[in-house]
Design a protein around this ligand. Sequence first.
Ligand code: ATP
Ligand code: MG
Length: 431
Amino acid sequence: MKLKALNGFKDILPGEVELWQHVETTARGVFTRFDFSEIRLPVLESTELFARSIGETTDIVEKEMYTFVDKKITMRPEATASLLRAYIEHGLYVQRPVQRLFTIGPMFRHERPQKGRLRQFHQMDVEVLGSHSPMVDAELMAMGSMLLQELGLTVSLEINSLGCPQCRPGFRTELLNFLAERMEHLCDDCKRRSATNPLRVLDCKNSGCRHQVLTAPSILDHLCSDCADHFAAVREGMERLQVPYTLNRFMVRGLDYYTRTTFEFITTDLGAQAAVGAGGRYDGLIEQLGGPKDTPGIGFAMGMERLVLLLQQKQEGQDIEVYTPQLFIIALGQEAMQACHLLAHALRSRGLRVAMDLEGRSLKSQMKQADKSGANWVLIVGDNELRDGQGVLRNMQTQDQRQVALEAEALAGMVRLPMQSGIADDRSIDR
Ligand code: ATP
Ligand code: MG
């Protein structure tokens, strides 16, 4: 039997991983500038945590979770629930009235794998806990936009408000009436959902349902005055920070906990998988999970697979630094190998990236490896040179080379020099 990775699970190999590191480094930089601290969370949580937060009748909880049924534990399908669990469990609200936290890692959903849609995927997730301020909503969206911009991506931002428990019931009734008239045109899932969770129908991916809801009523026409004021202030904040956005009156999110501001970062470059990031407010969720009363929250998650795909498509990030060795040591003969083994160790302990072939291959084969490795410098040491405590150091860019002493400190200094400088002495070696 040929062993392969599971369907929807993917290895990220050297060559691609540099792009992932670039996305992560850029994100950490942006998040830190906005005063966020990192939190690392477990991958497994109690099933109940997700059922209670995301909602029993959402796609995620109904059909996408990886659950160990007998143990009542689930591989996290998203990060917000886990992050709030940690926030409550450790009383992080005591340390700081408004917490700004981010986390990066794998999430698991049993979906049909396609381009940009995996079963193990990765999110960068940011949350602000304990603030009612609409300025926070605007700032979060501005931060997401800044990150995408710094990555070299152009995506559009769509925003909406989902109201609150005051105003949503009225909207729900009107939506129910609207759906009742179109029931026979809805997919089976939506027929069932419209009774329990009609807002979900607005989020259905089925093209028939999408067509039906084009004329659905909008929650924006049903906001209570507090929610309307909040949303107006959010939009004002967006103008102040000069973040372009469009209003999407029908956007709902696939998770039940959202209230008020919701938003998605959208691209058309990936075909059907349009959202690269999404989030919103969840003002009642912390209390609902057993946290302190009246503690609002807002956050978003960006899908890293989709960001990386976009970067690859746009050929962005071509100039990312790939860690090639600074020095490749070619040792010829048993004694030279042993001496160079120690020399490489000494250079590495001085902070240099050093590569060396330990298989005793021929000079020709090692030269090939050195070329391929992208090393700036190559040091060639044969048993004869070793007797004089010498080697030949070659600058791979200029092809200049010279005799050098096999002394770690001095060598480290030479290898650290900018490539163009130094090395005038041009003694060639016998090949
Ligand atoms: P979609 O509408 O694409 O299914 P979603 O609404 O389920 O997305 P969220 O739960 O809001 O997505 O997650 C936020 C982001 O995480 C998405 O915008 C997307 O970039 C990414 N994401 C979600 N599910 C997957 C997946 N299965 N594979 C890869 N990325 C994903
Ligand atoms: Mg989804």
